[in-house]
Design a protein around this ligand. Structure first.
Ligand code: FAD
Length: 579
């Protein structure tokens, strides 16, 4: 059974878990009413189900590079055109530039569906959304006028060029050069690697956002500037950007990952000189949420495939509780149920975290002035959770999806393995998950002396109390264990002045906070479901209960690792690792 967009779950999460209705109460997003959301999401779901889903398997065939450039898999140009013609590239873009001006939250729900349907194609609009944001925030009015309308309409696409051979996680090590040409433009020279959708045949022009150094720029990340370098120049001629090759990858074959050579290419400065990294971060922050959503989308699709297989495949007779009406298929076996419950619980928790992050980022622009900083900090704190936990969960769920399929999971024709192969890179690009964890315990935890972290903990405590009052005692007890562990680990982290100690526990801490926040949001949904008395919501209560009692309590072990400090990690010398 192919993926179908889970509109009911998406709506439930928006309405009852992350309170997306608050967005329509602001002036900025007054048009984002429940009716608008319904209409927009229904249309996007149809596009995902009917047009994009068939491209997922076709995309696995990969791209071809010739002297004329990159050819994407069959059906990709038409699939991309359908996204562009729907106006979906501009869903969250400025209406004055031709966008719809809707919240990032709805864009996040859209990105989930696109990612589920065909991850490799969905990366193209994701990069373009980021380019639109960066140019809207930092480009001159002339550049905006020339490039934004075409990016928003989807006639052109955008890329993000940071990485070079010696400059991966350490972007400050990049060497690409830019030099003023005296006419307002710059000459860009250098080689970028791993550039997603760096060349393709789905749109007529590509707007590359390139980080480079001006002559005499300060060393490191303080000497980086951002340039807009189009594939086709405004006079219609080809710019000096050459596709050297495309990478042979483990997965995500439909997304061309290019080595690009800039040879005297003409570009224009975006933002101020030497402030390029900050400008690029405008793009990267929302792209980080977008990549977390790639994990979410893949998890949902992998879950649906595994569920379909588990309800169809017959193998032995299951030993089930006496009152359980079996189906005769492998879904009756306890261990298959464990996998399916875990897949569903992780997916729903990640959806809640990602949508909640999006609501915070939206409110940071739309809330009354005096509340914006608080929302911005909340969004900033949650972004590494959304990115790293979202993608780790995408890997975990799709790996379990392979297992549910048994041997057929290892055989490519079911598509189960493709989800796992495709999603693997999401934990690596857009800042590796290790970098996200470092960002959480370094910058985000300290940005306000721990106030945002404590607010997230307080919100969870309130939700736990409400769940208890609604009669969900087991669930509340399970989550209370998680809460205590998370609270203690947060205090410990904040007490460490030596960053090496914090960093040693960064990934367990990120996972711990994600289990708490995801579990709390699921509990909030379960409480609303219980109070509604609507039997259609019964499964949501069961999933939240499973999460709170069987997943979230991993918190205790995670808290130990988060607060163990660096000694155990550095117990061996580099030589002793090889001994
Ligand atoms: C398919 C694909 C698409 C990509 N698309 C793009 C793109 O469109 N644009 C672009 O600019 N780049 C892109 N990238 C590059 C990607 O962002 C980098 O691969 C990533 O930032 C990691 O850099 P690296 O590969 O050099 O790994 P390294 O930086 O060498 O990292 C190796 C390991 O060391 C760890 N590590 C390194 N530094 C630290 C640190 N300070 N703290 C903790 N751990 C650390 C990492 O977490 C990782 O586990 C893409 C990569 C791939 C594979």
């Amino acid at each position: 059974m192919p993926y179908r967009a889970p509109l009911a779950d998406i709506r439930f999460c928006l309405d009852h878990v992350v309170d997306a209705a608050r967005l329509a109460e602001t002036d900025k997003f007054a048009e984002a009413t429940s009716e608008t959301a319904e209409a927009v999401l229904t249309e996007i779901a149809r596009l995902a189900d009917e047009t994009l889903v068939p491209l997922q398997r076709a995309g696995d065939a990969g791209c071809i590079v010739t002297a004329d450039g990159v050819t994407t898999p069959a059906g990709f140009p038409a699939g991309y055109k359908a996204i562009a013609e729907g106006g979906w590239l501009g869903l969250a873009a400025d209406p004055e530039q031709g966008g719809m001006g809707l919240p990032l939250t709805l864009q996040t729900a859209m990105n989930e569906m696109f990612s589920s349907a065909c991850l490799s194609l969905s990366l193209c609009p994701l990069m373009t959304q980021g380019s639109i944001e960066a140019l809207t925030a930092h480009a001159s009015p002339e550049l905006q006028e020339r490039y934004l309308p075409k990016l928003i309409s989807g006639e052109w696409t955008g890329t993000m060029n940071l990485t070079e051979g010696q400059a991966g996680s350490d972007v400050g090590a990049l060497k690409t050069k830019a030099e003023a040409q005296g006419d307002g433009s710059y000459k860009v020279d250098g080689q970028k690697i791993y550039i997603s959708w760096g060349d393709h045949d789905v749109a007529e022009n590509i707007v590359h956002l390139v980080l480079a150094r001006l002559p005499d720029a300060p060393k490191g990340s303080k000497g980086i500037s951002l340039f807009l370098v189009p594939k086709i120049l405004p006079d219609g001629s080809r710019n000096g950007v050459k596709t050297v090759s495309i990478e042979h990858k483990m997965g995500l074959h439909g997304s061309p990952t290019c080595v690009l050579a800039y040879e005297g290419a003409t570009g224009w400065l975006v933002g101020e000189e030497n402030n390029g990294l900050a400008c690029m971060f405008t793009m990267m922050n929302n792209a980080r949420l977008g990549v977390g959503v790639e994990g979410l989308g893949t998890a949902e699709a992998a879950y649906q495939h595994a569920l379909a297989y588990a309800t169809d495949r017959v193998q032995g007779k299951a030993i089930t509780p006496a009152d359980h009406a079996g189906t005769g298929a492998i879904i009756d076996h306890p261990d298959v149920r464990r996998m399916l419950m875990e897949m569903k619980a992780y997916t729903q928790a990640v959806r809640a975290i990602c949508y909640d992050t999006a609501v915070s980022l939206d409110m940071a622009h739309a809330a009354p002035e005096d509340e914006r900083k608080r929302w911005a900090r909340r969004g900033a704190f949650l972004t590494p959770l959304a990115k790293a936990f979202g993608t780790a969960s995408g890997m975990h769920v799709s790996e379990m999806g392979v297992q549910v399929h048994g041997g057929m999971g290892f055989i490519e024709e079911t598509g189960a393995a493709q989800f796992y192969r495709d999603v693997r890179v999401t934990a690596i690009y857009e800042g590796t998950n290790g970098i996200q964890a470092a960002d959480l315990v370094g910058r985000k935890l300290s940005m306000d002396g721990g106030e945002t972290a404590r607010a997230v903990l307080d919100d969870a405590a309130e939700i736990i109390e409400a769940a208890k009052s609604a009669g969900l005692e087991d669930l509340a007890t399970g989550l209370a264990i998680t809460h205590q562990a998370a609270a203690e680990a947060t205090v410990w982290m904040l007490e460490q002045n030596d960053m090496a100690e914090r960093l040693a526990g960064s990934m367990p801490y990120l996972t711990l906070m994600s289990h708490l926040h995801g579990g709390a949001l699921l509990a909030k949904g379960a409480t609303a479901a219980k109070q509604s008395g609507d039997s259609a919501h019964v499964p949501r209560i069961a999933v939240a209960h499973f999460h709170a009692t069987q997943i979230a309590p991993q918190a205790e072990a995670l808290a130990r690792a988060a607060t163990a400090g660096s000694a155990a990690l550095y117990a061996l010398t580099a030589d002793q690792f090889a001994a």
